[in-house]
Ligand binder design. Structure first.
Ligand SMILES: [Zn+2]
Ligand SMILES: [Zn+2]
Length: 78
């Protein structure tokens, strides 16, 4: 029997932890957020109050992969 240790990068660990926190509380740093699925395949979190219902359409590219920056409260009208 060989025991293999699965190694995660810090980025992956952050995403796993953050995903668990958001699933449990719906918040990050006290801000309500929701989960989008990037067209690139990873999950990301969005604090925009102006998003459409993400349960119907969770796929949305993040800023790093060609998406538009989320519109946050206090940034003015879209
Ligand atoms: Zn959103
Ligand atoms: Zn992305």
């Amino acid at each position: 029997m060989t025991s293999e240790v699965v190694k995660y990068t810090q980025e992956q660990v952050d995403e796993i932890v953050l995903t668990a926190v958001v699933r449990a509380t719906g918040k990050v740093n006290g801000q309500p957020v929701h989960i989008h699925k990037c067209t690139n395949g990873h999950a990301w979190f969005c604090a925009s109050p102006y998003c459409e219902d993400v349960t119907d359409n969770p796929v949305k590219a993040c800023e790093n992969h060609g998406g538009k920056p989320p519109i946050l409260r206090g940034m003015g009208r879209p």
